[in-house]
Design a binder for this molecule. Structure first.
Ligand SMILES: Nc1nc(O)c(N)c(N[C@@H]2O[C@H](COP(=O)(O)O)[C@@H](O)[C@H]2O)n1
Ligand SMILES: [Zn+2]
Length: 404
């Protein structure tokens, strides 16, 4: 287990203040640390939860940027609200300031992420807040982005503005767990999702898998997809299940559908290239099946040849494309190799109270090469709840602490 690369390491080249920030954010996200004392009043909490509600309106659409909401309160009343709609567009604070107009002077702004203090695609919100004359800034969480990392808070305080940090911090971190992971580990957050029977099978011996779980669980999966940037499957899943991999919800975001296939021996009639509901990307190896590549291109499917097609290389490529979260909805063989290469950090297992038997019926995770129980990968921060007639168990592989 010691040599098993379950997670990517945080980048040792990051500056010291960012390393400290990593610990700060890790302790806010993790539940292994003792519960923290509540920060702020009940009213502060209500306003911050409203910020998170606003932020969620852009679910799945902001990467590589975070989901952020902002609320401006004057004399106990909300006078402006905003959220960050997508990268390249103004930040949440800018929309809230615009909505509040002159009423922002002397007001309190609640924002789920520390105001930025840098010139990126947009100018620094810290300066905008100072110029608007706000009296107080209530922050949900410190921004782990090394370009911000406490600098926004310091700038506001230096301008004489009162700043309260950490209201509903763990809820703020949870909403942006994928953004945080991307910043800290320079990879998208990998989420492995599967549905299995009580006896641990994802399909019958003959490969029939529709449906293992209840409609309610499938609806939950559709919502999960709407919040992710990409879904990855392997060629086997395309051949056997012919999935659509969409969020099946009106106006919801559809993630990029990604197929990993070395030889491109895939069916021409697959729904993934016969339906235009969502974009599709096929990742393959150099020189694979040029005729099939032509067919895919004709269908509007993007094809990218990687020098070697592995889960880690796929995640590195998707990181470069600006993705924060990737959902692995693949079969057991690819899932095992994704876990072994540290491309999975979070597991969502839907367990249906059904038994189908079959000693060779497929299971969610293939061979990891373990021979003893001491090698088993234990999840932490485990939670479970009932969804329809099924049970959803979720947890995280332990993050290796940064040694810097
Ligand atoms: N406080 C805050 N509010 C928002 O609405 C945001 N989108 C951010 N994002 C932070 O700024 C970085 C992106 O900057 P540009 O959009 O490129 O100017 C992002 O990485 C976050 O650190 N922060
Ligand atoms: Zn900003």
């Amino acid at each position: 287990m010691d040599n098993f690369p379950v997670v990517a390491q945080a980048d040792a080249s990051l500056p010291n203040h960012t390393q400290e920030n990593i610990h700060l954010v890790e302790s806010a996200v993790g539940s292994n640390s003792p519960p923290k004392e509540k920060v702020g009043s009940d009213f502060d909490s209500r306003m911050m939860l409203r910020c998170l509600e606003l932020a969620r309106r852009a679910l799945g659409r902001t990467s590589p940027n975070p989901l952020v909401g902002a609320v401006i309160v004057k004399d106990g009343e909300i006078v402006g609200e905003g959220f960050h709609p997508r990268a390249g567009e103004p930040h949440a604070e800018v929309f809230a300031l615009k909505a509040a107009g002159d009423r922002a002077r002397g007001a309190t702004i609640y924002v789920s992420l520390e105001p930025c203090n840098h010139y990126g695609r947009t100018p620094p919100c810290s300066e905008g807040l100072i110029e608007a004359g706000v009296a107080k800034v209530v922050v949900g969480m410190v921004d782990p982005n090394p370009l911000v990392a406490g600098g926004g808070i310091a700038r506001l305080r230096a301008a004489g503005i009162e700043v309260l940090v950490g209201v509903e911090e763990s809820a703020c971190c949870q909403l942006n767990e994928a953004f945080i992971h991307r910043i800290l580990y320079k990879r998208p957050l990998g989420i492995l999702k599967y549905a299995m029977t009580l006896d641990g099978k994802i399909a019958t011996t003959s490969g029939h898998s529709a449906w293992v779980t209840s409609q309610e669980a499938r609806n939950e999966v559709h919502q999960l997809r709407a919040g992710c940037d990409a879904i990855i499957v392997g060629g086997n899943t395309v051949r056997q299940d012919n999935p659509y991999l969409t969020s099946h919800q009106v106006e919801a975001h559809n993630p990029l559908r990604v197929v990993m296939s070395r030889h491109l021996n895939l069916p021409e009639s697959a729904h993934l290239w016969q339906t235009a509901d969502a974009p599709t990307l096929v990742l393959t190896q150099e020189g694979a099946n040029p005729d099939f590549q032509k067919l895919l291109l004709k269908q509007g499917v993007e094809v990218v040849e990687l020098t070697s097609l592995t889960p880690d290389k796929a995640m590195a490529y998707l990181y470069e494309r600006g993705f924060c979260s990737v959902l692995w909805e693949c079969g057991g063989t690819l899932a095992a190799s994704a876990i072994a290469q540290g491309a999975v950090q979070k597991v969502l297992a839907f367990i249906a109270p059904k038994i189908i038997g079959g000693s060779i019926a497929p299971t969610p995770v293939g061979d990891l090469g373990f021979t003893t129980m001491t090698e088993a990968l234990s999840l932490e921060r485990v939670r479970w709840r009932v969804v329809g007639s099924d049970c959803l168990v979720e947890g995280y592989f332990p993050q290796k602490a940064n040694s810097q």
